[in-house]
Ligand binder design. Structure first.
Ligand code: FDA
Length: 307
């Protein structure tokens, strides 16, 4: 029941100020966020790479209100691309972007986001790395998939995210299961209405399996974005059934979550990519992590109580 409340709080500026001003927030945030600065997060990336992980980096900058912020976010990603290139990490680390951080929610946002994200995708290709477009709330899906299609004309390696909680997603999986397509399948992290999304977790899980079957049987490159042991096991089984080799799909988990399981999958020879967020605008991301798992929230509340 707390999930929707926390997801609503994730969008509230006044609650953002209270949470940010609470002294114990910081250590809890640090569990999920690699750092506020690029240099700190690159240390985390090098450490993960040394331990056999692949990485996708997310510069936290969603929910902007002004086109100048979109340019700052674009420039932050260009700096990141440069760092990946100079540190020779292009093959191990890619980037995840939220189009809202590039202006998608502003007036004329579709065109603005496409214009702002294109130089990042170009720079990524030059640096030998790729970009995946994160998926946000359901009102953005059409625009995000249209931007993906546009980018893929010149950069077919650009990745997408699909969320199994949306009724439309099985169809989107069919559309994106073709050759060269890279799709991260997740359950979905936003507060969506019953008109567009399954509300019951079991329904979301069943939809996840149906979607994964489509992607695994297709010609593209499926990216299994889940910490759920059942989804991981089903992913392995479907890969086996479809004759996919370890290099033909990957698992993805968020930084700071289920590290032992990440280790185990790497030891079994799987590609295991860690989603590493960094930057100062961590609030929305942090609240979605608290909302999706009572244990994360309990950890936060315990820190408050033991102060
Ligand atoms: P879920 O929360 O359904 O939990 C199922 C089971 O998994 C639990 O019962 C437990 O066994 C295990 N588990 C889950 N979390 C755990 C933890 N912290 N510790 C130990 N066990 C745990 N969403 C979105 O809307 N757009 C996006 O672009 C992305 N991008 C993204 C990238 C990556 C790499 C990941 C992993 C996830 C996302 N998400 C996302 C978030 C996603 O939609 C979803 O909210 C979370 O992954 C939670 O769902 P799970 O499938 O992980 O497990």
């Amino acid at each position: 029941m707390l999930g929707p409340v926390l997801l609503a709080a994730a969008r509230s500026d006044s609650i953002r100020r209270i949470v940010a001003a609470t002294p114990v927030t910081r250590p809890v945030v640090d569990r999920f966020i690699a750092g506020e600065r690029l240099a700190e997060s690159m240390r985390v990336v090098r450490d993960l790479a040394a331990r056999g992980r692949e990485i996708t980096l997310d510069y936290l900058g969603e929910d902007i209100t002004d086109p100048a912020e979109a340019l700052r976010n674009r420039d932050a990603y260009l700096l990141l691309t440069e760092a990946l290139k100079t540190q020779d990490l292009g093959e191990r680390a890619e980037m995840s972007v939220k189009l809202s951080a590039f202006g998608q929610a502003l007036p004329g946002g579709h065109e603005l986001a496409l214009k702002n994200v294109t130089p990042v995708v170009e720079a990524a290709a030059e640096a030998g790395t790729t970009v995946t477009l994160d998926m946000e709330d359901h009102t953005t899906v059409d625009s995000t998939l249209a931007i993906l299609a546009e980018l893929r004309r010149s950069f077919p390696q650009t990745g997408a995210v699909l969320q199994s909680y949306l009724f439309r997603t099985e169809e989107d999986c069919h559309a994106l299961a073709g050759e060269g397509s890279r799709v991260r399948l997740v359950k979905g992290a936003y507060n969506e209405p019953a008109t567009v999304a399954y509300q019951d977790k079991r329904e979301v899980d069943r939809a996840y399996v149906r979607c994964l079957k489509i992607l695994m049987a297709g010609q593209g490159y499926p990216m299994i974005g889940s910490h759920d042991p059942r989804m991981v096991a089903i992913g392995q089984e479907l890969a086996h059934r479809n004759g996919r080799k370890p290099a033909e799909f990957e698992f993805q988990m968020l930084y700071g979550i289920r590290e032992a399981e990440q280790e185990r999958l790497v030891a079994e020879g799987h590609r295991m990519r860690v989603y590493v967020p960094y930057g100062t605008d961590w609030y929305g991301y942090f609240m979605r992590r608290l909302a999706e798992r009572p244990a994360n929230l309990a950890f936060f509340l315990r820190s408050l109580a033991t102060r």
